[in-house]
Design a protein around this ligand. Structure first.
Ligand code: MLT
Length: 404
């Protein structure tokens, strides 16, 4: 008789954004005359930039002609995309990353969920708290997190590194030594970032303790301050202790197109085994490559026109971020983030829990955000708003909040 992976049964409730989607659906069904403004999930709203659309159209035409048709993509990604990434995202910033260390995928969510497969089941993971839920949930599914304590909302084998206003959202080195350290900079959900000097300390810590950093840089395009690093490889020694995950969702609006990549440096090895070879083996076995049309779209992100157009899009969302931050402050809220990331992290008012504030905002203002506690126990008492809405909706949401 077959048996299931019982680790799935340990997961409490459903995936955070699925729970929120269900709550919105129930509210909308009960209140069809009260349109909801969604500033919850970090999903983009602006259309794909013209230079990228043009490249996609051309790639579609390529598929219509036998001489330019493309079948299975190389499972590690097309050279044309891997080399432009290596040059523009890394070498231009002084990082010694080469095309053959870049693995193209269908997005950062898949990669950040899958990467844990390379590691032993007894590895201890450390996460900043609050944290993007995929890191913990995917490790729970693999049986790496121990038991869940409903009361403290923590997993017995996960090392939590609280990031709150008290430590200015900068994680401290944990008392227990982790094997795998997840860092998302700029951070989802708090919208805060680390400086290059602070990240260097983490790289040194990982190298000293034989730990691996899984560095999620999905929000890199939103960095506005010069001392915030765009890549972990800007820190010396990162090539021997860090894997970096990137997305095209937030910089180029590919949430519905799907494209991302992971950098596994060739220098990374564990007990003489190359992590690069392991990830290549995994890709070769379980993945047939991101579609040609989508990889051509990704290439256009790096064209002069593409870069110019997506820069404007990022600026559009960051204008929303400033408006949210300013508007909330004027209404007496305590707010963080929104400078190097498209997320605003606010203290819930009047001691409300995160979910109480979620319900209050939905019921009273018909505005949806994301409860901080959904990202981990230290997120309790906080709430996240995304800057990815349209400017009009963002202002309308602020007006409704101001009337509360
Ligand atoms: C979020 O809202 O945290 C993100 O959109 C989720 C994701 O990127 O998968």
């Amino acid at each position: 008789m077959y048996r299931i992976n019982t680790n799935y049964q340990k997961l409490p409730g459903s995936y955070l954004f699925s729970t929120i989607a269900r709550k919105i659906a129930a509210f909308t069904e009960a209140n069809p005359d009260r349109p909801v403004i969604r500033l919850g999930i970090g999903d983009v709203t602006q259309p794909i930039a013209p230079a990228i659309i043009e490249a996609m159209h051309k790639a579609v035409d390529d598929m219509a002609d036998a001489s330019t048709f493309h079948g299975y993509a190389p499972d590690l990604g097309y050279e044309f995309l891997r080399s432009v990434i290596a040059q523009q995202d890394y070498q231009s910033r002084g990082c010694s990353i080469h095309a053959d260390e870049i693995f193209i995928s269908d997005g950062a969510k898949s990669d950040s969920g899958n990467i844990q497969e390379l590691f032993s089941a007894d590895c201890r993971i450390a996460v900043t708290d609050p944290v993007y839920p995929v890191y913990v949930d995917s490790n729970v599914m693999a049986g790496r997190c121990g038991e869940y304590d409903q009361e403290t909302q923590t997993w017995s084998r996960v090392i939590y590194m609280p990031c709150t206003r008290e430590n200015t959202f900068v994680p401290e080195f944990p008392k227990e030594t982790p094997d795998l350290i997840y860092l998302c900079i700029p951070n989802n959900p708090t919208g805060t970032a680390l400086t290059r000097a602070q990240l260097q300390e983490w790289v040194d810590y990982a190298n000293k303790n034989g730990a691996l950093i899984i560095y999620d840089a999905a929000y890199e395009a939103y960095i506005s301050q010069p001392d915030v690093p765009h890549s972990v490889y800007e820190c010396s020694g990162a090539q021997t202790c860090a894997i970096e995950i990137r997305s095209f969702s937030k910089n180029a609006g590919f949430t519905g197109v799907r494209l991302g990549f992971t950098v596994v440096p060739k220098e990374l090895s564990c007990g003489g085994v190359s992590l690069h070879d392991m990830w290549a083996r995994r890709h070769g076995t379980k993945f047939n490559g991101a579609p040609y049309i989508v990889q051509r779209a990704g290439e256009a992100v790096y064209s002069p026109e593409g870069k110019e157009q997506i820069k404007k899009q990022v600026a559009y969302y960051m204008k929303n971020a400033s408006a949210i931050k300013q508007g909330l402050k004027e209404n007496g809220y305590t707010v963080f983030g929104g400078v190097n990331a498209p997320y605003i992290w606010l203290k819930t008012p009047e001691g409300m829990t995160s979910w109480e504030f979620f319900d209050f905002l939905l019921e009273r203002a018909n505005v949806v955000g994301t409860p901080g506690s959904g990202f981990g126990p230290s997120g309790e008492g906080y709430f996240r708003l995304t800057a990815f809405g349209s400017y009009e909706n963002t202002l309308a949401a602020l007006e409704r909040i101001a009337k509360l």
